[in-house]
Design a protein around this ligand. Structure first.
Ligand SMILES: [Zn+2]
Length: 68
């Protein structure tokens, strides 16, 4: 479970993308977040319960994958 301070938002939270990266794989185009969400470089998401979130942000120079 999350041991960060402040704690990461849960996978059910609308703010789930702001959880810490625990396993970034930019070369494969995805990253695992602390809350179990897999975040893809096109901003699509795979939740721990198997739910898929469609990409919702255009790619740009400030895309999430470069933050690792
Ligand atoms: Zn965390």
């Amino acid at each position: 479970m999350c041991q960060h301070q402040p704690p990461c938002p849960t996978a059910e939270s609308a703010d789930r993308e702001s959880a810490r990266l625990v396993a970034p794989h930019p070369e494969q185009g995805w990253s695992l977040l602390c809350n179990g969400v897999v975040l893809f470089e096109d901003t699509g998401e795979l939740l721990p319960d198997g739910k898929i979130i469609a990409p919702h942000r255009p790619l740009g120079p400030d895309q999430v994958m470069t933050a690792a």
